[in-house]
Design a protein around this ligand. Sequence first.
Ligand code: ZN
Ligand code: ZN
Length: 255
Amino acid sequence: MFDSHIHSSISSDSTLEAADAIRAMKEKKIGGVFTEHYDFGYPEAGAFLFDPDTYFSKYDSLRSSRCFLGVELGLVPGYGEESADLVRSHPFDYVIGSIHVVENIDIYYPEFYAGRSKLETYGAYFEAMEACILEFSDFDALGHIDYIARYAPYSDPEVWSEPELHPNVDRVLRALIETGRVLELNTRRIKSSADFDAIRPIYARYVELGGHAVTIGSDAHSCERIGWKLQEAYAFISSLGLKAAVFQKRQLIRL
Ligand SMILES: [Zn+2]
Ligand SMILES: [Zn+2]
């Protein structure tokens, strides 16, 4: 099993040392992929950037058949070319594309939701996601499609509980499949089997539309969270007929 979403201290919001992360992977008998934050166009300029040359010179010796080096690109409209240049000019194994910012606000912040309905904010979120999938040609997996549900203040933050949003989700999944990318299953929000049930319809729809594989990642920023609910996630995707994918040298490997 592989945890394909880990943030070490290269990411500006993590203090996890890479050597400690690798020790945790070995203890848990899993492989892992470092996916450090790189957000072009973040509202607070430079907040989530790193020097890729430093990353590769420091981490190259950590590479093995059980440890790959990736990046989590923050997707903001207008930065498609710059991000393609970044990933093509460095030897990343794996690139996650993630929406963190919508309408120039990190959707982590309550201001994004203030005075707005769930349909309005989630609609804007999925529109930004669809536009970025079409603009950004160079990522491998769409990160945490349910990211907004981590922070939205509504009594029911789940995406699929709003039928009006199903066409938005469909357009995102179709765009992803048609452009040869895969969906990620991010386990950070998962506490119990009920949380798998809440996201199951999204992944079932992905299968209906022709999706075959997903990457699985914990989004860990600490040793304890590495491999979080990984075994359960593998069982969940296989119950839907999906295969677990890992990327090495930007090539999809199915486990
Ligand atoms: Zn993210
Ligand atoms: Zn992340």
